[in-house]
Ligand binder design. Structure first.
Ligand code: NOJ
Length: 519
């Protein structure tokens, strides 16, 4: 029964530092999560993915790991994590951790030893290279800030590779010992009851063995295309990574229930995305960034969904998300903070077949928050990330007190809170017409109808601006225009409408930005 528990499930990405502070230091923590689990149970969540929890110097807020078997002291202890897994389990929720296998922190003992000498046993754990002929970095690769991806190291007279910050040296996945290290790390956490991992930079682990230059690309375009004038052909998305995921899947499948591998597969087209599922022998879920970056229109969203469903191998489970700690919140990007659009977006997200991943705050329609430069915390901002990522990492808005209920009164939170009066959990829980109440109803309908069988997806004919489809036993009609549109009568009973009670609209007309789910 439980084998593919993620099919039809609603997962919730929880940015630990920003969800609930239990000890008044201004940072969210694991004990804070335990204290607020009731919210997730009430909402109808099946599992949570915790942003990085391992010890880290926090140059990239946990995405620079210095110990893969520990818990960051600022977030809690191993006992707290065990307690969280247990408390979540009692509520029927599973816990996924964030695994960062592309790079470590430069403070990780592996790197410290690797950097110490040219011929030490761990030298090859990282990607070291001589200067180019004539001097300078070994090739033209750029990191995510647009600077050369190579850091000169005086002690041994070589450069090391960092696709992100210099404090995040890339591991060398051509080195079998690195595979063995991670096999043990996976087993360590799986044995502790962790339900699986979200895998950071899942497309990026292998680099071209010959370190060839990246080709030129047209500037601009989608965040999934070229970066800084280069197409990242040789420093990520190399085919060898698939062999690694086959090995990890074998390990994950040895557990009961099988452990889940959910990849951050930052690729520009759905056929590359589909490859990460292998023949049902690699990742069980691969994040769909073409969907995240699609325009908020019936044509764009329906287009990505149709091509995804066509590309995925038989039996593969799609996963839909629209916000995260890197790309910002859909309530801003797609909806400009407009409640009618936010409700419509939640409705289609909840109705699509497969796995849903909500980002904390999506359930109350939290929007991006403008963080003034003097309070910024994200060192990777700038370059291709002009908007900065702090905007979607601000404290969860629990109530309308000055700290939003996130931390103790009078404490300054690590990032400023947004407009807690405009949107907060406490007020929305009391209001049956709120985004939160609506989101909960959507998850209830989803749970009642989705089941664990993977639903099929069939697009239906519809007027321009309307997205009309069936997903398993559910029929969806979603009006992505500001005008009322009429539809052929829905031969089914309307279960939920994003615009409130259905009767008001009459017939099968859809009000502006209204979506309905019928069964
Ligand atoms: C993707 C993570 O989501 C992001 O926050 C991080 O900066 C990079 N990977 C590097 O780990």
């Amino acid at each position: 029964m439980d084998r593919r528990w993620w099919q039809g499930a609603a997962l919730y990405q929880l940015y630990v530092r920003s969800w609930q502070d239990s000890d008044g230091d201004g940072y969210g923590d694991l004990r804070g999560i335990i204290a607020r689990l009731d919210h997730l149970e009430w909402l109808g969540v099946d599992g949570i993915w915790l942003s990085p929890t391992m010890p880290s110097p926090d140059h990239d807020w946990g995405y620079d790991v210095s110990d893969y078997r520990g818990v960051h002291p600022e977030l809690g202890t191993m006992a707290d994590l065990d307690a969280l897994i247990q408390a979540a389990d009692q509520r029927g929720m599973r816990v996924l951790l964030d695994l960062v296998p592309n790079h470590t922190s430069s403070a990780h003992p592996w790197f410290v030893e690797s950097a110490a000498s040219l011929d030490g046993p761990l030298r090859d754990y990282y990607v070291w290279a001589d200067p180019a002929i004539g001097g300078g970095p070994p090739n033209n690769w750029l990191d995510f800030t647009g600077r050369p991806a190579w850091q000169w190291d005086d002690r041994t007279g070589q450069y090391y590779l960092h696709n992100f910050l210099a404090a995040q040296p890339d591991l060398n996945w051509w080195q079998p010992a690195v595979h063995e290290e991670f096999r043990q790390i996976l087993a360590f956490w799986f044995d502790r009851g962790v339900a699986g991992f979200r895998i950071d930079v899942a497309h990026g682990l292998y680099k071209d063995a010959l370190l060839r230059d990246n080709p030129a690309a047209a500037e601009g375009g989608s965040p999934l295309g070229g970066r800084f004038g280069l197409r990242p052909e040789y420093n990520e998305n190399r085919p060898e990574v698939h062999g690694l995921y086959r090995a990890w899947r074998e390990l994950a499948d040895q557990y009961s229930p099988p452990r889940l591998l959910l990849g951050e597969t930052w690729v520009g087209d759905v056929s590359q995305l589909a490859a990460f599922y292998g023949h049902d022998d690699e990742l069980q879920l691969a994040f769909n960034f073409p969907f995240v970056f699609a325009g908020f229109s019936a044509a764009d969203l329906a287009g990505v969904v149709a091509s995804t469903m066509a590309a995925l191998p038989p039996g593969a489970c799609p996963v839909w998300t629209a916000s995260n700690h890197d790309v910002g919140r859909f309530a801003s990007r797609w909806c400009g903070g407009d409640d009618a659009k936010i409700r419509l977006a939640l409705l289609v997200l909840a109705a699509l077949p497969g796995t849903l991943v909500l980002y904390y705050g999506d359930e109350i329609g939290m929007t991006d928050v403008t963080v003034p430069p003097e309070l910024a915390r994200d060192l990777l901002a700038g370059g291709s990330r002009q908007l900065g990522r702090d905007r979607a990492r601000t404290p969860m808005q629990w109530d309308d007190t000055p700290t939003g209920g996130f931390t103790a009164p009078g404490v300054r939170s690590w990032l400023p809170a947004g407009d807690v009066a405009a949107r907060n959990v406490a007020a929305q829980r009391l209001d049956p017409g709120s985004v939160l109440s609506f989101c909960r109803e959507l998850l209830r309908v989803r749970r009642a109808h989705a089941g664990q069988e993977l639903a099929g997806y069939e697009p239906l004919a519809a007027p321009d601006g309307v997205w009309h489809f069936t997903a398993g036993g559910l029929t969806v009609a979603a009006n992505f225009t500001g005008q009322q549109v009429s539809l052929p009568p829905l031969a089914r009973h309307v279960l939920v409408s994003s615009a409130g009670t259905r009767e008001q609209a009459g017939g099968s007309a859809l009000r502006p930005w209204e979506g309905v789910i019928a069964a």
